[in-house]
Design a protein around this ligand. Structure first.
Ligand code: HEC
Length: 102
């Protein structure tokens, strides 16, 4: 009886964890891999004004993960990019993994 209860609690926890991770994003797909999602999302919306060179240049001004996050939001908002917070987070993770490595 005790095991049964523990198991039901476990499956409940598992279920809620699954529904939390199934957050919708701008293109209506589930985000299972933030880095891949971030890359795709970035490539769709972020090449209008600059290329990846801004992330690689010697004098790049983003110096921390917070600054990166703020800059992505600034670039996104300035260009009416229709992202949810989950999309923005995924792009920050992608840029950090590929270029900044904070
Ligand atoms: C409307 C034009 C525009 C668009 C579209 C744009 N950016 Fe930018 N972005 C800029 C400008 C201008 C800078 C500053 C470049 C400079 O100072 O030389 C910049 C700089 C950046 C930097 C900082 C680079 C550094 O020096 O470390 C990041 C990160 C960045 N953009 C991310 C993005 C992302 C992510 C997107 C997609 C949402 C995006 N940008 C789309 C104009 C844009």
């Amino acid at each position: 009886m005790k095991t049964l209860t523990t198991n039901s609690i476990k499956s409940l926890l598992l279920l809620s964890a699954i529904s939390i991770s199934n957050i919708a994003c701008a293109d209506g797909e589930e985000i299972t891999d933030p880095i891949t999602h971030g890359e795709k999302t970035h490539n769709n919306h972020c090449y209008k004004c600059h290329t990846d060179d801004v992330y690689k240049r010697d004098n790049r001004f983003v110096k921390s993960i917070d600054a990166l996050s703020q800059q992505v939001v600034r670039c996104k908002d300035g260009n009416n990019v229709p992202w949810f917070d989950e999309d923005t987070d995924a792009v920050v993770q992608f840029l950090n993994k590929k270029y900044y490595r904070f």
